[in-house]
Design a protein around this ligand. Structure first.
Ligand code: ZN
Length: 320
């Protein structure tokens, strides 16, 4: 199939204990509840697949498109679409958690992928923090501090600012703090091991399940910060900052002011618009793009010109 247009996707929303209303207040989405925590913008995961909203594939779920039109994705291998892009509104603290790598996810959970993720901080309240890593130097002391509930000595808190970026490989102990909006690019996985949930209860007085044993199995000990070395490139109206290039994905921030044409040969790209407006021209058609849009530029789209004033997070799979 010759797909010469971007695939615009309709997101799925998730109610969360820790969610709020910023996905509506900031991004203008219609959210299902006043505690909506997650917008799954680009997803082919069974727990919330996005639907194509334009062109000949309108109404199809992204997982179906992946199965039946692999040419759009540069004929990449793999039974499952590799990535998942979300916007999170953390009105309250998220649980302290850790995710497995591919082999553990496959063997123990029967999930296709583990979860390496990364975060672009869209906005946060003054004084906001993340939990990123821990202070234990050995598995024994990691276990002891968990058993003792000595969270202050175990968990490493770091202050954050809007516009920062964090790469979170599988095995990293982490938690997003209250008052933070992030765009998350991750492997397409929904496996989370909760280490600590601040002893919170839901409306019915129930605590959420913890997964201490599995967390200890998969946690990286001691914690090491991954290197961060952004690469900046400017071409025509585009400033591109490569935020990370990992085994699974490369993530960029694109700031467009004017026009930019993609080279004819390019991989399929996942695009989420953080702010601004513009158009995407594709030879014989043009489509408006604005804040909150999530789209895929297929590898088959040979002519693709972006025009406008747009701030975007763009990613590509590194599996091809
Ligand atoms: Zn996570």
């Amino acid at each position: 199939m010759y797909q010469h247009e971007p695939l615009f996707l309709t997101p799925e929303f998730k109610d969360r204990l820790w969610g709020g209303t910023k996905l509506r207040d900031v991004f203008g989405y219609t959210i299902p509840t006043e505690t909506t925590g997650e917008c799954w913008g680009i997803s082919a995961h069974q727990n919330g697949a996005s639907e194509v909203r334009n062109g000949p594939l309108a109404g199809r779920k992204l997982n179906e498109v992946w199965e039946s039109h692999r040419e759009l994705f540069g004929d990449e291998d793999g039974e499952h679409f590799p990535l998942l892009v979300k916007i999170l509104d953390a009105d309250q603290d998220l649980s302290v958690q850790v995710h497995p790598d591919d082999s553990y996810a496959r063997e123990v959970e029967g999930e296709a992928y583990g979860k390496t993720e990364c975060w672009y901080i869209i906005d946060c309240d003054p004084g906001s923090e993340l939990i990123f890593g821990h202070h234990a130097q050995s598995k024994e002391s990691f276990k002891e501090l968990i058993t003792a509930g000595d969270w202050d000595n175990l968990l490493r808190r770091i202050p954050i600012e809007p516009g920062e970026f964090y790469f979170v490989p599988s095995g990293t102990i982490h938690a997003i703090g209250a008052g933070t909006m992030i765009l998350e690019t991750q492997q397409s996985s929904d496996t989370t091991y909760r280490v600590y949930d601040y002893d919170r209860t839901d409306a019915n007085g129930n605590t959420r399940e913890l997964h201490i044993e599995r967390s200890i199995d998969v946690a990286s000990i001691p914690h090491e910060d991954p290197p961060f070395s952004p690469l900046v490139a400017e071409e025509d109206g585009l400033k591109q900052v490569q935020l990370v290039s990992s085994e699974y994905f490369t993530v960029y921030k694109w700031e467009l002011d004017g026009t930019y044409s993609l080279p004819e040969e390019h991989p399929y790209l996942l695009v989420s618009v953080l702010s601004g407006e513009g158009v995407i021209l594709s030879g014989d058609s043009s489509q408006a793009v604005q804040q909150g849009d999530h789209l895929i530029i297929p590898a088959t789209m040979k002519y693709c010109q972006l025009e406008g004033d747009l701030e975007m997070i763009v990613s590509k799979s590194n599996k091809a």
